[in-house]
Design a protein around this ligand. Structure first.
Ligand code: SF4
Length: 421
């Protein structure tokens, strides 16, 4: 198979997968609105948050918008918030409307089109919510939504029905959610997500962590956040020192493209988490025209393991409203998975999943490696299409026949195992 990646920046490009992609963010001085910002301001996550691009007018100052982008930015105003951190803005190619970073954050007319099978809440998170702000879908774990706000708003967001809503979980709702967890001893794992739970202050986050840690049956706490990607300045030494007091604590982040790992601040943020003993994982979404090529995903996975982040899930896009232009086919996802299995280390391979509509949960999908399976004889193909036979079953299911070989034949014995019936 020939894989071609679009050349984005020929002057600062790097080769992988036989193609050239951009590797260097733009310099801050290239943005008139931030020309006078100090290094200390730029490193301050609160400055990053306060100076987000959040209106079509600001977006138009940042990059020359196409007529379609300009119109979509206006028309989507009331449907889903616009928000781009200054850090993430440096990754956008101003000259390429198809830049994979730009497409994740700049509205397009396509997102106003709703397909008949798309739903506001395709995963039925609200239906499986015994108390507001908490989803209890699987037996032993829950999803706790701490806030509805994010530092940056991804155009493909599956929770766009609530994300960006300033209200979020109020203290009374949060208390009720924590009480629910306390009252259900089967819950051993709490995933704090949102919105983005790291977009709140350390104090507010620590308050929740402390209350969860006080519940004996909560074995692990996980945080789902995109901030290492879109605002790595948030991963301060103080934050990490606070988080490590609540071990075992895991952190799951959300890189979709290898270029998102190019900035040195991003890699330092991931290293800082790993150095604090916080295991990090990554979930990516397959997005058409953004990362749906084997070489892009493989490069992304390699960049992740270099910063000690374990690729966790690769999602096919959910059936949320207005996402048809992002959605790839299942066959495409399987083709990408096939390009990974055997071709790179197992640590660099995520599980490809569909999150089942209606709240059925994540369903793993694998390329088909079983050629046939009959009477204990399992015929398999490997990543090079080499065929092997494996006898399926334990010793009780099989008869062993040993055939002695003449001494000096070079073969002492042959061992053949056949199925009983
Ligand atoms: S960070 Fe997550 S919750 Fe926030 S907009 Fe992006 S996908 Fe949605």
């Amino acid at each position: 198979m020939i894989v071609k990646l679009r050349a984005i920046d020929k002057t600062s490009g790097a080769k992988f997968g036989g193609a050239t992609v951009r590797t260097r963010p733009r310099e801050v001085q290239q943005f008139p609105r931030w020309r006078n910002v100090t290094a200390a301001q730029w490193r301050d996550w609160r400055w990053q948050l306060k100076n987000r691009i959040s209106t079509p007018e600001e977006l138009g100052e940042l990059i020359p918008l196409t007529p379609e982008e300009r119109s979509a930015a206006e028309r989507s105003r009331t449907m889903f918030r616009l928000g781009i951190t200054p850090h993430y803005a440096t990754l956008i190619d101003p000259d390429d409307p198809d830049c994979p970073i730009r497409r994740q954050v700049v509205p397009r007319e396509d997102e106003l089109v709703i397909a008949p099978f798309e739903r506001e809440d395709p995963l039925n998170e609200d239906g499986q919510s015994p108390v507001p702000g908490l989803t209890h879908r699987y037996p032993d774990r829950v999803l706790l939504l701490l806030t509805h706000e994010c530092a940056l708003y991804c155009r493909y967001c599956t929770r766009r029905r609530i994300v960006g809503d300033h209200q979020g979980n109020d203290p009374a709702q949060l208390a009720a959610a924590i009480e629910y967890i306390r009252g259900h001893p089967e819950i051993r794992d709490v995933l704090i997500s949102g919105g983005d739970p790291l977009s709140v202050s350390d104090r507010r986050l620590e308050d929740v962590l402390r209350r969860l840690r006080a519940i004996d049956h909560v074995e692990i706490i996980r945080i789902g956040t995109r901030l290492p990607v879109v605002m790595p300045q948030r991963i301060t030494r103080q934050l990490v020192a606070m988080l490590r007091r609540y071990h075992p604590l895991w952190l799951n982040t959300h890189f979709n493209h290898p270029f998102e790992l190019a900035p040195v601040e991003t890699r330092q943020a991931m290293e800082r988490l790993a150095d604090a003993g916080i295991p990090t994982g990554n979930q990516s979404v397959l997005l058409r025209g953004i990362n749906d090529q084997p070489a892009v995903i493989k490069k992304l996975m390699h960049e992740l393991v270099k910063v000690r982040c374990r690729p966790y899930y690769l999602y096919n896009c959910d059936l949320s409203q207005g996402l048809s232009h992002f959605r790839t086919s299942i066959d495409r996802g399987l083709e990408i998975m096939e390009s990974l299995w055997g071709h790179t280390s197992g640590y660099a391979i995520p599980t490809f999943v569909v999150d089942a509509p209606g709240g059925g949960g994540k369903i793993p999908l694998l390329p088909q490696y079983i050629v046939s399976h009959h009477q204990g004889r399992l015929t398999l193909r490997n990543y090079r299409d080499h065929i092997s036979t494996y006898w399926d079953g334990g010793a009780n299911d099989l008869v062993t026949i040993q055939t002695p070989q003449p001494i000096g034949s070079g073969v002492r014995s042959s061992l053949e195992m056949v199925a009983k019936d």
